[in-house]
Design a protein around this ligand. Structure first.
Ligand code: CTP
Length: 400
């Protein structure tokens, strides 16, 4: 994977301990063939020397509006136009605040305000600064301006405290940038909704009915769509997988009813909806508001009621031009059952998994699918990684 060759990248560095990691990021970018222009804040220079950065980037580092001895003016407008993307790593609370409010008192912030291309922001700060409402609000403003926030990790911080605020590792930031420039951007401008994972149907405050879905297939689809330029929302049941691409919006839900409500809000605004969740078909009719105690009940009876069918509900309100894709996990009469679901739920395409195929089940990293389109044509694929399967599914969606 190398989509960064020849790309113009402005690397903004602020004054924080994590600035030392920017050196690794710079090396990775340069090694991948990108042209990198470093812009550093005055405080940044206290942490890392411009000599190191200019040696690695093979360009003078920009920091001041004017070069002291020649009086040459450094044009932030030119830099903003030159950049194919800008990445600010580390981004401190102070710079994030200035970016959010247009306080253009240094080269980094003026360049940011002039940048016409995508801006990535990788915050790094102490956990309490990270958790402060002003930081949260400023990051939300930056998100609303269209910037992509590369969320910091939880871990040991320079202060010795442990919590959220550690800048994402350079390799991960590099991957985010590489994915952004991935050549296949055939979903640019498209909005996609994906349901993923299981649903949990409450019995009492500590127990639920659920299933073994890991969410891996749904998240792989989300990553694939985001890498291809789509704006992606995952409505996700409880899972342990995380979206790697920070541009993916995750709406966490628990029950099928919550999943339906979240989907009904998003669905009218999307071009493509992919129903990958393993939705529980039934939920307890009565939810105990306290824990069911062994001593009090010998053989509790749980009455189940049918959950709403999310795919079928969306299928009823589907408008011209929208595509609705479903999944079917079957143990027998696979094609017959899948075709019946395709018609009943008003889907445009259904992805069929057979429980009889090894490596194509819950929790695995691989999958083997067949795809049935509404016109009756089918496609069969071999056993592949879930990410490769996701790419096949998206190619098939685009063929519609
Ligand atoms: N689905 C849904 N809401 C439900 C049940 C299923 O949106 N309450 C979606 C799934 O996400 C999948 C498709 O419908 O895309 C088929 O799911 P599946 O569980 O195979 O179908 P069911 O209609 O539940 O049929 P059954 O479980 O009886 O096979």
């Amino acid at each position: 994977m190398n989509n960064l060759k020849g790309k113009h990248i402005v690397l903004g560095i602020c004054g924080g301990i994590a600035a030392y990691k920017s050196v690794s990021l710079l090396r990775l970018l340069v090694k991948a063939g990108a042209e990198v222009q470093v812009v550093i804040t005055p405080a940044g220079k206290e942490f890392i020397t411009p000599v190191t950065l200019s040696a690695l980037s093979q360009k003078p580092v920009v920091s001041e509006f004017f070069t002291a001895n020649t009086g040459q003016w450094n044009s932030h407008v030119d830099l903003g136009l030159w950049a194919d993307c800008m990445v600010i790593a580390p981004a401190t609370a102070s710079t994030i605040g200035k970016m959010a409010h247009g306080i253009a008192d240094n080269m980094l912030v003026t360049t940011y305000l002039s940048a016409k291309s995508q801006v990535f922001v990788a915050p790094a700060m102490d956990l309490d600064m990270m958790a402060h409402p002003s930081t949260t609000a400023n990051l939300e403003l930056l998100r609303n301006y269209g910037n992509i926030i590369i969320e910091p990790e939880s871990g040991e911080l320079a202060s010795g405290l442990v919590g959220k605020g550690r800048m994402e590792e350079p390799e991960k930031i590099f991957e985010v940038l590489d994915r952004f420039f991935s050549s296949k951007r055939d979903l640019e401008g498209k909005k996609v909704l994906i349901t993923a994972g299981p649903t949990h149907e409450k019995i009492d405050p500590v127990r639920f009915i659920g299933n073994h879905s890991s969410g891996k297939m749904g998240y792989a689809l989300a990553e694939e769509c985001a890498a291809r330029g789509a704006e992606v929302t995952i409505v996700s049941g409880p899972v342990s997988v995380k979206a790697a691409n920070p541009a993916i919006r995750v709406v966490p839900v628990e029950s099928a009813r919550e999943m339906l409500a979240a989907c009904e809000e998003v669905f009218p605004h999307v071009d493509i909806a992919i129903m990958c969740a393993a939705v529980a078909d039934y939920a307890p009719r009565d939810v105990y508001d306290h824990k069911i105690k062994r001593e009090h009940i010998d053989a509790p009876v749980i009455h189940l009621v049918k959950n709403p069918d999310i795919a079928a509900t969306l299928g009823k309100s589907k408008r011209e031009g929208q595509l609705l894709i479903g999944f079917a996990l079957e143990t027998d009469n696979e094609f017959g059952n899948a075709e019946e679901k395709l018609a009943r739920k008003n889907l445009d395409m259904i992805v069929l998994n057979s429980m009889r195929d090894k490596g194509a089940c819950f929790g695995t990293d691989t999958n083997k699918v067949s795809i049935i389109r509404a016109d009756g044509t089918t496609l069969d694929f071999g056993l592949k990684s879930k990410r490769e399967v996701a790419a096949d599914i998206i190619d098939a969606v685009l063929s519609l």
